[in-house]
Each structure stands twice: as structure tokens, then as C-alpha cells.
Design a protein around this ligand. Structure first.
Ligand code: BZS
Ligand code: CA
Ligand code: CA
Ligand code: CA
Ligand code: ZN
Length: 419
């Protein structure tokens, strides 16, 4: 089984690891209680996008869906409320126990557990970007789009020939790790950065790099992603670290809080914040994307916001079940569905409108398209089904395969940005 295999690897690795990194003998302080830590994982049969929206409205959070069976993260109170509303919940695991198992027995303070050292923590991500720039100064440049709530830079890497100039080329944005625990996405952005710099001698790659301006933001939520690993044990943390945490993907300013697709309860996993853009991290994203309007024209033509998990290609809107609505014509919707379908054909994900999962508001997709007409997609990466919180913590052995899996889709989007 998954967890026992991981334990075996942890035990085998433990002896040599003391040489590599300081290991805490035991965790002295209890990890801070969080929404996820206090929750259990439930399965709920026979759901659809309407009922999944109802489930989320209690403050619980649908994590994945398989043939109508939803996997849901919920506190005891939320589970009780759902049962009272007629949902047939079956408890699968306690999140705190699952997180402990996933983290193994050794602790590396400030870093991923010994088994998962293939993942980049925040400092390692910054170092990776710096190394990319120093190896490829002609085609890669690093800057910052702003700072997080706790004051950390949110770095962005630009990749293009004549990288110091703002050329008149279609710009494409890839951003990752809005949600803290979705660490595989950071690896996705780093993979994109490496692929388009290390392989510049490949004519197909050179053609893209020379004729596009690619922006890569590997960690939109630095504080949350650090918090999720800093004790050495995973926390299952989703939000940023402002007060009780704001769900960054409910804080964007297009019809913010409009449609029952986010929560006003600060403890909920989908807390939308006190106002649109109340999170410094979303405000930094807004300012960066707004700054790409040059001469009245948005330069960013296409974007992917990477999340985990469920293996989905999602397009706008999230705030309505309707395909055609204010801000989306049938022709535009059909273009999303066509390109989304083509990308899904290349990576084996399932293509669908975002609201087919459940209704959301204040998400990045809705703003990027609604405000700027960016051809914006959200990818929910590996795994398709994770049995609960485990889905956010795949072993580092899958990083190479599951990031390279999206090469074809990334290339399709880069092509479409010029169409
Ligand atoms: C996640 C799931 C994600 C969310 C689904 C979604 C994607 C909603 C795009 C809206 C737009 O947490 O990864 O609930 O934010
Ligand atoms: Ca491993
Ligand atoms: Ca260029
Ligand atoms: Ca430009
Ligand atoms: Zn997410």
C-alpha cells in the first residue's frame, strides 16, 4: 500500500539522512490546529455540480470526484450539517492521521520530509530561478511581482530572446501554487522554466522562445507553502497566512463573492477575504497582469493556473453554470472548449467548464477572462483520484513524469496565444 511503501523508504533513508540534514528527534510543539487538521475525509455518492456547490457552501471542501462520488474534506460540524441536509457521508480517514502517515517519521525542520526532498521549498525555488538566469542570461530574467502577507517576494521569471526588452510578441503566463498544499504545481512551473531555457538549442523550443514572452510564477502563495512544510510534517494547508487564511482563488476581483461560490466564514477553506484583493498575493497578481496592458492592449494572451488534483482542464466561468453569459459569447465558449479539449487530448486529463466541478466566485479564471480576455485555463494536475488529503502529497518520484506530461498542452497554449 501507498503509505507503508513510503514508510519503508523513510526507514531505509533515515540512517544516511542524519548526515545530510538536521533531524528533530521529535516534534516538540503540537502543530497548529488548522481547518484541514481538524477535518476528516468523507465520500459522498451521487453528487453533481449543483449538490457539490451545496456541499462547499457549508464550508466543507470537495477535493475530487469520481463517477459522481465526491471526496470531501469536512469538520465534524460540517459533516453533521451535511447529514442533516440529507447527504450520505461515509467517513474514510482523519486528516491529521493521514498527514502524519504521509510525512513519515523523520522531521527536517523547514523542509519537506526526507522521502520528498525532490520537491523544491521556497528557498530552493528561488535558488533554481537564480541558477536558470545565471546559466541563460540572454533568455531568462527574474524579477518580483510584489510581496506576500509575511513580506516574501513573489518571483516571476521571464523567458524570451532579447529578454531585457519588451518586444511586441504574444505573452503567456504560467502561475503555480496559489494553494499552499498543491506543491506539485511549483514543480510544474520550474519544469516549464527549465524546459524553455535548457533546450534552447532545440529548433522547436527556440522558435517558441524567440516569438513569445513567457512569464512563470512558481509560487503565488509563499507564506502558505512554507507553512505547509516548515514543521517537517505536512499541514494540509490551502490558504494564505493572513489571519485565519484567505483562499487566494476566491479573492480575485471579478464578481467577487457574487454567487455562493466562496465563504464569508474566516475558518472555511474557501474564505474569500474581507474584500476583493484583500490578500497581498492576489493584489500582486492583479498589479502584474494589469501592468501588461501596453498601449491599451493586454499583452498576455493566454495563461494556465496550475493546481492539484483531479487531472482536469478547466475553463471559465466558475461563477455560473451557463456557458453563454455576460462576458462570454457562444463563439468564445466554443474556442475554450476546443482548445481545452485539444490540451486534454495531449495529457489525458478531463476537459470541462470550471463550474462543472462546482460554483466558485473570485477565482483567477473568471478575472483573467472577464477582466482581460486572457485565454485562461486552470489545470488540476495528478492524481486523478487521491483518496483524500493524500492526493496533495504524491511521492517526489512522480514529479518528472507528471510535469513532462503537460509539455504538449503547454505547447498548444503557446501556439494559440499567437492565433
Ligand atoms: C483546487 C480546486 C479549484 C478551486 C477548482 C477551480 C479551478 C475553481 C478554477 C475555479 C476555477 O483547489 O485546486 O476550488 O479553487
Ligand atoms: Ca521519494
Ligand atoms: Ca522575444
Ligand atoms: Ca511584450
Ligand atoms: Zn488549488
Amino acid at each position: 500500500m501507498f503509505s507503508s511503501r513510503r514508510r519503508a523508504v523513510a526507514v531505509a533513508a533515515a540512517a544516511c539522512l542524519v548526515l545530510l540534514a538536521p533531524i528533530q528527534a521529535s516534534v516538540s510543539a503540537e502543530p497548529t490546529a488548522t481547518a484541514a487538521q481538524d477535518s476528516a475525509i468523507y465520500t459522498v455518492p451521487n453528487t453533481d455540480s449543483q449538490t457539490r456547490t451545496e456541499i462547499n457552501r457549508t464550508g466543507a471542501q470537495v477535493l475530487s470526484v469520481s463517477a459522481g462520488v465526491a471526496t470531501v474534506e469536512a469538520t465534524a460540524a460540517q459533516a453533521e450539517q451535511l447529514r442533516a441536509a440529507g447527504f450520505a457521508l461515509r467517513e474514510e480517514t482523519k486528516v491529521a492521521e493521514a498527514l502524519q502517515q504521509l510525512s513519515g517519521t523523520e522531521r527536517v525542520p523547514g523542509d519537506f520530509p526526507p522521502d520528498d526532498q525532490g520537491f523544491h521549498n521556497y528557498d530552493e525555488m528561488v535558488a533554481e530561478l537564480d541558477a536558470t538566469v545565471s546559466e541563460h542570461p540572454d533568455i531568462a530574467a527574474k524579477s518580483s511581482i510584489g510581496t506576500s502577507f509575511e513580506g516574501r517576494d513573489i518571483p516571476v521569471l521571464k523567458i524570451s530572446d532579447n529578454v531585457a526588452q519588451d518586444e511586441d510578441e504574444p505573452e503567456v503566463l504560467f502561475n503555480c501554487n496559489q494553494h499552499a498544499r498543491e506543491h506539485l504545481t511549483t514543480e510544474m512551473c520550474l519544469h516549464i522554466a527549465q524546459r524553455f531555457t535548457d533546450n534552447y538549442t532545440d529548433p522547436a523550443i527556440k522558435d517558441v522562445v524567440d516569438n513569445r514572452e513567457i512569464w512563470v510564477i512558481p509560487v503565488v502563495n509563499p507564506d502558505g507553502s512554507i507553512y505547509d512544510v516548515e514543521s517537517g510534517q505536512y499541514q494540509g494547508w490551502r490558504k494564505n497566512r493572513q489571519d485565519t487564511g484567505t483562499d487566494l482563488n476566491r479573492n480575485w476581483g471579478y464578481l467577487w463573492g457574487c454567487c455562493g461560490g466562496s465563504s464569508d466564514n474566516p475558518d472555511a477553506e474557501t474564505y474569500r477575504g474581507t474584500a476583493e484583493w484583500s490578500a497581498p498575493e492576489t493584489a500582486a497578481m492583479r498589479d502584474f497582469i494589469d501592468s501588461r496592458v501596453v498601449g491599451g492592449t493586454q499583452q498576455i494572451k493566454a495563461a494556465i493556473d496550475f493546481h492539484t488534483y483531479s487531472e482536469l482542464v478547466l475553463w471559465p466561468f466558475g461563477h455560473t453554470f451557463d456557458d453563454v453569459t455576460d462576458g462570454m459569447t457562444q463563439e468564445e465558449y466554443d474556442r475554450f472548449a476546443r482548445i481545452g479539449g485539444e490540451m486534454a487530448g495531449s495529457n489525458g486529463y478531463t476537459p470541462q467548464q470550471s463550474s462543472d466541478l462546482y460554483i466558485t466566485d473570485g477565482d483567477s479564471l473568471d478575472w483573467m477572462w472577464g477582466q482581460h480576455r486572457i485565454l485562461a485555463f486552470t489545470f488540476e494536475m495528478y492524481p486523478a483520484e487521491g483518496g483524500g488529503i493524500d492526493g496533495f502529497y504524491p511521492p517526489d518520484e512522480v514529479i518528472q513524469q507528471e510535469t513532462a506530461r503537460n509539455d504538449g498542452a503547454v505547447d498548444i497554449l503557446l501556439r494559440e496565444a499567437g492565433a
